[in-house]
Design a protein around this ligand. Structure first.
Ligand SMILES: Cc1cc2nc3c(=O)[nH]c(=O)nc-3n(C[C@H](O)[C@H](O)[C@H](O)COP(=O)(O)OP(=O)(O)OC[C@H]3O[C@@H](n4cnc5c(N)ncnc54)[C@H](O)[C@@H]3O)c2cc1C
Length: 454
């Protein structure tokens, strides 16, 4: 890996590289897939090391086992260097994913000179074409990326761009309207977004205090389970858990029916905690404002039309993530207005349409944007939908690499078998329901485990 101002690849190449934004697991898999097809990748990573976002959740155990967490082309690169592949049936923590897979992959002879760390992409455009400008050659023009390094802003050209920058840097707020609640930014020093390490590095911050956890997904479940564990050892630790919906409408997952046993177990254990009263559920609780009240936060909201205020020393906001589109202002994007995924992908993952966490595998065709050669892949490709799996991201970049190499048959082929969630409740028919996960037509053609209704 090279950092900051060094220019390892692009300057000497007759053919422009494919730029990959982000050296997370999907960005690195994209690089490996491109290399396997003889295409030069250039990975631009904002953090100091590959896997920068995962460093923040090192302590969290993943709900998918190793066999779903690594990419085939990446494994081939690692195998060439004598990599000891982890037991495919065990579940790594984020830290183990970093240490046993991401770090060795980024340091591999094939990739290390193709990754630039400390390189944050701040803008993407087509060379000489702003977003508005049509004209001869727009589609053939290379992309220009503005990259912020310790030396300032550098312009890098690329023949195609894969934005694999994830969503970790853009968490959803606690405010019920999707905007930060009044007071949320002001009291940010007492609010954690994601899953803080309450049993490790941040134990002292949460022990013996009242914490309000906001959100209903796996991150919130992990945070609540850790806090309950902490409460066993630290008297006075209290947990409030706020949901947007009434408890009866909360989806705790497929339990024993989930194809990923650990994911099913996580939901089942979280539900049991609520039912046992070990945590106080506020459901529904729609947060309107956050203010100071002596040494605590006064969190005000609405519960079934009545105003309610809860006191908590800390908040953990785990309400999901959204894509940062700010540096893509000059790219012609095609995005669903609600999900912020491509219009072809959005109906497959929109939680308003169905609760199938299991998504029909998809690739280059579903991920295209109006500006040809530009793709969003990985976690960010799902926009605001919460059900992304690494295995899905690996299939996405395999297909995109095949397309960029001119192998359209391989780009269209589905090579992924996804685990089922064990949950499926179509709330209203999806537009184009024949392609949605729950649709009978999809059941017939889906690979084993590719549809949760199969
Ligand atoms: C706590 C947690 C647990 C999860 N557990 C699982 C699981 O068990 N199984 C599973 O399949 N999935 C899981 N996921 C979901 C998902 O697979 C992970 O979030 C995964 O890290 C996504 O990979 P990614 O490469 O798309 O994005 P990331 O891992 O977020 O990587 C994106 C990279 O891009 C960099 N970046 C961001 N902006 C820029 C920029 N402007 N310029 C340059 N670089 C930039 C970041 O620093 C980061 O290194 C989990 C997610 C979380 C948060």
């Amino acid at each position: 890996m090279t950092s900051c101002c060094s220019r390892p690849v692009a300057a000497s190449q007759a053919v422009l590289p494919v730029a990959i934004i982000g050296a997370g697991p999907v960005g690195l898999a994209a690089a490996a897939q491109l290399l396997a097809r003889g295409i030069a990748p250039l990975v631009l990573e904002a953090g100091a090391e590959a896997g920068h976002a995962i460093r923040a959740w090192r302590h969290v155990r993943m709900f998918s086992p190793w066999r779903f967490n690594t990419d085939a082309a990446a494994r081939a690169l690692l195998a060439a260097e004598g990599w000891a592949e982890p037991d495919p049936e065990t579940y790594p923590t984020g830290g183990e994913l970093l240490d046993r897979y991401i770090a060795p992959l980024a340091a591999s002879a094939a990739l290390r000179d193709r990754i630039r760390t400390g390189a944050r992409v701040t803008g993407v455009a087509r060379r000489d074409f702003g977003r508005l400008h049509d004209g001869d050659g727009r589609d053939a023009a290379p992309f220009i990326l503005h990259v912020e390094t310790c030396c300032g802003i550098e312009a890098i050209e690329a023949r195609a761009v894969l934005d694999c920058s994830g969503t970790w840097g853009a968490p959803n707020p606690a405010g019920s309207h999707g905007m930060p609640a009044p007071g949320e930014a002001r009291h940010a020093d007492r609010i954690a977004y994601g899953i803080p390490d309450v049993l490790g590095a941040e134990r002292a911050t949460y022990a013996g205090r009242t914490t309000l956890v906001v959100g209903a997904g796996h991150s919130a479940m992990n945070a609540v389970l850790d806090l309950v564990e902490l409460a066993k050892a630290a008297p006075g630790t209290r947990i409030l858990w706020a949901f947007r919906r009434p408890l009866g409408a909360v989806n705790f997952g497929g339990g024993a029916r989930d194809g990923l046993a650990r994911r099913g177990d996580l939901g089942a254990r979280a539900q049991a905690l609520v039912e046992s009263g070990a945590v106080t559920a506020l459901a529904p609780f729609l947060i309107d404002s956050i203010a100071q009240a002596d040494d605590a936060l006064a969190v005000s909201g609405r519960q079934l039309g009545r105003t309610r205020t809860e006191l908590a020393h800390r908040m953990i906001v785990a309400t999901g993530f959204r894509p940062d589109l700010s540096f893509l202002r000059e790219v012609r994007l095609g995005l669903d207005p609600a999900v912020e995924a491509t219009p072809a992908l959005a109906p497959l993952i929109d939680p308003n349409l169905h609760s199938c966490g299991t998504v029909r595998p998809h690739g280059e065709a579903e991920l295209r944007h109006p500006d040809t050669g530009f793709y969003i892949a990985g976690m960010k490709s799902y926009g605001r939908a919460p059900t992304f799996l690494l295995a899905t991201g690996h299939e996405q970049v395999r297909s995109i690499a095949a397309h960029l190499a001119g192998d359209s048959a391989a780009a269209r082929r589905v090579e992924l078998v996804l685990p089922e969630t064990g949950v499926c409740s179509t709330e209203r028919p999806a537009p184009g329901a024949a392609t949605a996960c729950c649709a009978p037509a999809a059941v017939a053609s889906a690979p084993k485990g590719g549809c949760c209704c199969g």
